[in-house]
Design a binder for this molecule. Structure first.
Ligand SMILES: Cc1cc2nc3c(=O)[nH]c(=O)nc-3n(C[C@H](O)[C@H](O)[C@H](O)COP(=O)(O)O)c2cc1C
Length: 460
């Protein structure tokens, strides 16, 4: 039987000049007698993931949005032997166009956590996931961004239990012979998986600050909450607003904006850019989605960078970001913070550092911050880290190192991380089952494989 290859084309409107590269890729794939299916995302009407976990707890394995939830692509992907992610490299990550569907890969894993090579990932929903190949295109060579891109493809391959993966970055003006060679090697090459060690060292340090921000009147801060949750409160908004309140205490003028689907409209875009333009300090608060920023946050970065290039902004702005993830290892957020730092550099904004917190769903879950959370887990270390950060930002300083370390601390005093991780995994797995049962979904149904070939668990 011929190999099935799915190509997911994440080039954005206006980047049709990359089509010729895709044509070379397709020709190369067809030469290997593969059955190739290409999804050009910019021609499809897709909704973005709203982080409701419905695809784990209510309709296991698929999204409540049906076709708009990318059903056709997700089914083709899981039934393929190889899936190729094709995208311009955007600040070291994927384009928003590609990220919109990549966020939805979450339905291909189970809510259950497992330990893989010393770090937590979700257990697979299907018996096999395709080989993953990432092809990034750069208009101008940038080696650190290219390396980050390749690392993120590898991290995605780990998260989805791909048997192997390969990733490469090419130049938009590379000659066709070179491209053919790269594509030929990518079809079979096996890159080594970037396990924890290569991610731990990625926390991007703040830039040195030369002077205090110059403002007329009280300085302004703008919080951008990048969690797409609409059915419940987000941890990102809790953390972001805590910091904003701290700044208010120092007489800062503050405003906050939660990214919504309207960001993809002219009005939504204009509202975002106007709020960003007013700010001396930008605060991004978002969850980790598939090893990077969620779709809406990725889109916001593209819009802001584009805007700043177009109007040649001279206003000196600073950027701080706080991200939280589901797994207990906070370092898994580091690639996302690196994307933020690259965005800042590309947009002429000063990166003043970031905070990364693990087990966000377990420690906060969108509840207001208290010394002990609703499950009785101590959260004082989070409060202290946010206080120290808020105070430092208010005084024009970078994120204090003790806050960066403090927020990653094991919540239970005198308990080594390994014990905390075991407790976390055991309780979280039970918690997901309880939540699914609340929707009338039992343990067996949680394991549904709606897109598997010959499955008995077909979608309704
Ligand atoms: C689509 C999706 C993808 C996710 N991907 C990751 C991931 O790659 N790694 C991780 O540790 N957590 C991941 N999470 C978990 C979220 O980061 C976690 O639930 C976070 O606490 C949500 O924060 P919020 O309430 O601010 O939205 C993902 C969640 C969703 C819904």
């Amino acid at each position: 039987m011929n190999k099935k290859i799915v190509v997911i084309d994440g080039t954005r409107t206006g980047e049709e000049n990359l089509t010729s590269i895709l044509d070379i890729l397709n020709a190369e794939l067809k030469q290997s007698n593969a059955e190739v299916q290409v999804f050009s995302l910019r021609d499809m009407k897709l909704a973005h993931c709203i982080g409701c976990f419905g695809c784990w707890l209510e309709t296991p394995g698929f999204c409540r949005f049906g076709e708009a939830g990318g059903r056709e692509i997700l089914q083709a992907l899981i039934q393929s032997d190889m899936t190729i992610l094709f995208t311009p490299v955007v600040f070291g990550g994927y384009s928003s166009q590609l990220k919109q569907i990549v966020d939805r890969f979450v339905s291909h894993v189970l809510p259950y956590f497992g330990l893989y090579d010393g770090e937590i990932h979700h257990r697979p929903r299907y018996l096999r996931f395709p080989r993953i190949v990432g092809i990034g295109v750069q208009h101008n060579p940038d080696i650190p961004e290219a390396n980050l891109f390749k690392l993120i493809v590898g991290r995605n391959a780990i998260n989805f239990h791909a048997p192997d993966y390969a990733a490469e970055v090419i130049g938009s003006t590379d000659d066709s012979e070179h491209l053919r060679e790269v594509f030929r090697s990518l079809i079979t090459r096996k890159d080594s998986f970037p396990w924890g060690k290569s991610v731990k060292s990625l926390m991007p340090p703040a830039e040195a600050l030369m002077s205090r921000p110059e403002t007329d009147g009280a300085p302004r801060a703008c919080l951008i909450v990048g969690s797409p949750k609409t059915l419940s409160n987000s941890t990102s908004s809790v953390f972001g607003n805590y910091l904003l309140d701290r700044l208010k205490g120092y007489d800062w003028r503050t405003e906050s904006l939660t990214l919504k689907a309207s960001l993809c409209t002219e009005q939504g875009e204009a509202d975002l850019l106007a709020a960003v333009d007013r700010a001396d300090l930008l605060l991004f608060a978002f969850p980790l989605y598939i090893d990077a920023l969620p779709f809406l946050m990725t889109k916001a970065l593209e819009l802001i960078a584009n805007h700043r290039h177009k109007y040649d902004h001279v206003r000196l702005q600073r950027l701080f970001a706080i991200t939280n993830n589901g797994f207990p290892e906070s370092y898994q957020n580091n690639p996302a913070l690196s994307i933020c730092r690259n965005f800042a550099t590309a947009s002429g904004i000063i990166w003043i550092g970031g905070l990364a917190m693990g087990a966000g769903e377990a420690l906060s879950g969108g509840e207001p911050l208290k010394p002990r959370n609703n499950q009785g887990l101590p959260c004082m270390h989070i409060i202290e880290a946010l206080k120290a950060t808020g105070d430092a930002l208010a005084q024009g300083q970078t994120v204090p190192i003790e806050a960066i370390r403090g927020i990653t601390r094991t919540p239970i005093p005198y308990t080594p991380f390994l014990i905390w991780r075991w407790l976390f995994t055991f309780n979280a797995n039970k918690w997901w089952e309880k939540r699914a049962a609340g929707h009338g979904v039992n343990k067996q149904s949680m394991l549904a494989q709606p897109y598997a070939i010959n499955t008995k668990n077909k979608m309704p």
